[in-house]
Design a protein around this ligand. Structure first.
Ligand SMILES: Nc1ncnc2c1ncn2[C@@H]1O[C@H](COP(=O)(O)OP(=O)(O)O)[C@@H](O)[C@H]1O
Ligand SMILES: Cc1ncc(COP(=O)(O)O)c(N)n1
Length: 269
């Protein structure tokens, strides 16, 4: 069985962060492991408190995994502090995992800053260059590139700018576009548009976490980057189509035990 690690924050309500990642890993048939960077008190309505985990405990969680278990892919989500980011970057350099998916989480859908704004430059300059793929949403891509993104042309330009910062590939996600939900993938050579119908739902808590965890699962299983991204887009679309009205606010996506058979999706619920 392939083994995939998430380095991210805990979401007490189970819709985003570590919890979304582990559910996504299970749905993909890979063995999920976690390094917790922060504990959030969170639900579908907002984030109410954050406790960052000490750097040495983050380092020891990473050591505990890599010194014992082969890791086929790593996904990185919420990393809020400068020292956390530096610790993770140093450990990635030490253990050199093959596939690193970086979701540069900055602000939760509720508006709460999950990345300390002072840590943005550290994230961009130390973690971005280590990523096999980086998956910003439009507001995150705007912060990284310092440009406005209003359409697919802007998304392409943002991909080029982010690519020049050192990752092997870039996926600018289109969930924040008004008209469509097209994501733009760039591997330094060509652009690929990943299209899906716009699903009219308020329940999109954890969509970015789920997509990046799905990409990590697929890379861990041996897919090339483009295959991994295409299948992950298919997965998140189904997960949003069946999103759950849990709680009073922005509900979570639904994780299926999904079998890709004969081109169709079978829910083995
Ligand atoms: N309403 C929607 N309908 C269809 N796809 C969506 C919708 N909202 C988000 N997505 C998709 O979910 C994934 C996560 O995107 P996005 O919401 O932009 O990320 P984040 O959660 O980081 O803000 C992307 O593939 C995006 O296209
Ligand atoms: C611990 C944690 N990590 C990431 C997100 C972002 O998820 P989203 O932007 O989809 O709400 C979150 N809300 N909580």
């Amino acid at each position: 069985m392939k083994k995939v690690l998430t380095i991210a924050g805990s979401d007490s309500s189970g819709g985003a962060g570590i919890q979304a990642d582990i559910k996504t890993f299970s749905a993909h048939g890979v063995f999920g492991m976690s390094v917790i960077t922060a504990v959030t008190a969170q639900n579908t309505q907002g984030v109410f408190a954050v406790q960052d985990i000490d750097d040495d405990v983050i380092a020891k969680q990473i050591d505990a995994i890599f010194q014992d278990i082969e890791v086929d892919a790593v996904k990185i989500g919420m990393v809020s502090q400068v020292n956390t980011i530096k610790t993770i970057a140093a450990k990635l350099k030490e253990y050199q995992p093959q596939n690193v998916v970086l979701d540069p989480v900055m602000v939760a859908k509720s508006g709460f800053h999950l990345l300390n704004p002072q840590a943005k430059d550290t994230l961009v300059h130390t973690l971005l260059p280590l990523a096999t793929i980086v998956t910003p949403n439009i507001p995150e891509a705007e912060v990284i590139t310092e440009m406005e993104i209003a359409n697919l042309g802007d998304m392409e330009e943002a991909c080029r700018k982010i690519f020049s910062l050192g990752p092997q590939s870039v996926l600018v996600k289109g969930g924040h576009l008004a008209a469509s939900s097209t994501d733009v993938f760039f591997d330094g050579q060509a652009f690929t548009y990943l299209k899906s119908p716009r699903i009219h739902t308020k329940n999109t808590h954890g969509t970015g976490c789920t997509l990046s965890a799905a990409i990590a699962s697929n890379l861990g299983k041996g897919d090339n980057l483009l295959e991994a991204v295409k299948k992950a887009k298919e997965y998140i679309t189904v997960a949003i189509e069946h999103a759950l009205s849990i709680g009073k606010g922005v509900g979570p996506t639904h994780h299926f035990y999904v079998l890709y058979q004969k081109g169709g999706l079978i829910d083995a619920e």
